[in-house]
Design a protein around this ligand. Structure first.
Ligand code: GTP
Length: 385
C-alpha cells in the first residue's frame, strides 16, 4: 500500500473487504512462464478508481457482488446496508485493473471528515446508480450535486449513470424512463452553465446481462490502449473471415475490447454463456487437485457449433483474457489460417502490454531519481524503499 493510500484511508476510515480481496487473490497480477508477466512492473501503479454512488438501496453493493463476486442476483436480497466506504482492488489482468469504491447511501458533502476532493482527484469513473423502480426526484438532485462537485475537483472523470432495476419495467417504460432521466439531468446541468459535462446513461439490471455490458463500457473507457486493441481485432477479423470478436476478462465477463462492428446484446449473452460453460466444465473435469483459482490456462479453448451455421470459437489470450469470436461454418474450414492469425494477434497484444510495462518502468525510475535528489538535498541519503 502506498503512502498516498494510507493517507486516504486515514481520511476516510475506509474498510478493506478482506474476504472480497481474498476472492480475487487468484486473479492478481503475477508472472508465470508462458503467460504475460506483469507483476513487477505494475506494482507501483496507481490504479484508476471507479466510484459507485447513489441513494440508499439503489443497488450499488448488489452490482459489485454480482459482477465481481459471481453472487447470484437472488442472494443480493439479503445484503445488508453498507455503512462504510468499501474499497476493493480488481486486478484480473494488466488491462482490467482498477479499484472499486462502494459508498454507503448518501454522502454528506458538508461533513468535514469526508475529504471528497481527495477522493475525486484520483477517480477515473463515477457510476451513479438510480433505482428506476422508485421515485427518482431525490436521486436526480443527488446526482446533480455529486456530478457538479466532482467535476469541479476533477473534470476528467467519466460520469456514468446506471438507470438500475429495469427488470421490473416493460420495454416502452424503460425507454420512457431513460428519456426522462436523461432530459432532467442534462437540464439541471444546463441551468447552472455546466452543459459541457457529459453523462452516459445505461439501462441495467442484475437479473440479466445488461449490468455486465454496462460495466464493460465503463471499464473500456478507462483503458488507454482501447483504440489499438480495437484496431488489432479489426485486422484479425477481416483477415480470418470472422464476423465478430471480443476480448473478454474471464473472471468478470467484462469485455475489454471488440472490433468496431456494433455489439448486439444476444451475441454478448452467448459469449458470457460460453465462458460459463468452459469454466464450469473445466472446474468439474480439468485441473483436479491443483491450487484453487480459475481453471483456465494456455490449453483452454472451446468450439461450439450453433444450429444456425454459426460457430463460436474461444481461445486463451493471456492468463485472464480470452478471445471469443463468431464466424460462419464455411469460414471455420480454414481453421489453420484463423489459428495462425490468432497467434499474430496474441503477439501484437503482448507488444501492447510491453509498451505499457516500459512506460511504467520509466515512471518508476523517474520517481526514484526524484526521491534520491530530494533526500540528498535534505542531507539524508536514504534508499527510496
Ligand atoms: N429488481 C431488482 N432488484 C435489485 C437489483 N439490484 C439490486 N436489487 C435489490 O435492491 C436492494 C438493495 O440493494 P443493495 O445492493 O443493498 O443497495 P445499496 O445501494 O448498496 O444500498 P446501501 O448499502 O444501503 O447504500 C436489494 O434487495 C437487492 O436485491 C436489480 O437489478 N433489480
Amino acid at each position: 500500500m502506498t503512502s498516498r493510500d494510507n493517507e486516504e484511508d486515514a481520511a476516510l476510515g475506509y474498510h478493506d473487504d478482506d474476504d472480497d480481496l481474498e476472492a480475487f487473490s487468484g486473479a492478481e497480477l503475477g508472472s508465470e512462464e508462458g503467460v504475460l508477466g506483469f507483476s513487477d512492473s505494475l506494482n507501483g501503479e496507481v490504479k484508476p478508481r471507479i466510484l459507485l454512488m447513489g441513494l440508499r438501496r439503489s443497488g450499488k453493493s448488489s452490482i459489485q457482488k454480482v459482477v465481481f463476486h459471481k453472487m447470484s442476483p437472488n442472494e443480493t436480497l439479503f445484503l445488508e446496508s453498507t455503512n462504510k466506504i468499501c474499497r476493493e482492488e480488481v486486478s484480473s489482468s494488466s488491462f482490467v485493473s482498477f479499484q472499486i469504491w462502494d459508498f454507503p447511501g448518501q454522502i454528506d458533502f458538508f461533513d468535514p471528515t469526508f475529504d471528497y476532493e481527495m477522493i475525486f482527484r484520483g477517480t477515473g469513473a463515477l457510476i451513479f446508480v438510480i433505482d428506476s423502480q422508485d421515485e427518482y426526484v431525490e436521486a436526480l438532485s443527488r446526482l446533480h450535486l455529486t456530478v457538479t462537485r466532482a467535476y469541479k475537483v476533477n473534470p476528467d472523470i467519466n460520469f456514468e449513470v446506471f438507470i438500475h432495476k429495469v427488470d421490473g419495467l416493460s420495454d416502452d417504460h424503460k425507454i420512457e424512463k431513460q428519456r426522462d432521466i436523461h432530459k432532467r439531468a442534462n437540464d439541471d446541468l444546463t441551468d447552472v452553465g455546466l452543459e459541457l459535462i457529459h453523462l452516459s446513461f445505461y439501462l441495467t439490471s442484475i437479473y440479466d446481462h445488461s449490468i455486465f455490458e454496462a460495466f464493460s463500457k465503463v471499464v473500456q473507457r478507462l483503458i488507454p490502449q482501447l483504440p489499438t486493441l480495437e484496431n488489432l481485432l479489426n485486422i484479425f477479423i477481416s483477415n480470418s473471415g470472422i464476423e465478430k470478436a471480443f476480448l473478454f476478462d474471464v473472471v468478470s465477463k467484462i469485455y475489454i475490447a471488440t472490433d468496431s462492428s456494433p455489439v448486439d446484446m444476444q451475441t454478448y449473452e452467448l459469449c458470457c454463456d460460453m465462458i460459463d460453460v468452459v469454466i464450469d466444465i473445466s472446474c468439474i473435469y480439468g485441473l483436479a487437485g491443483t491450487e484453487a483459482g480459475l481453471p483456465y490456462d494456455k490449453e483452454s479453448m472451446a468450439i461450439i457449433y450453433l444450429n444456425n451455421t454459426t460457430v463460436m470459437y474461444l481461445k486463451e489470450v493471456t492468463k485472464f483474457l480470452a478471445m471469443v469470436c463468431f464466424l460462419r461454418r464455411e469460414s471455420f474450414e480454414r481453421k489453420g489460417l484463423i489459428d495462425y492469425n490468432f497467434h499474430c494477434l496474441k503477439k501484437a497484444i503482448q507488444e501492447v502490454f510491453d509498451v505499457r510495462i516500459k512506460v511504467q518502468q520509466n515512471r518508476k525510475l523517474l520517481s526514484q531519481r526524484r526521491w534520491s535528489k530530494l533526500t540528498m538535498t535534505n542531507g539524508v541519503v536514504n534508499s527510496p524503499h
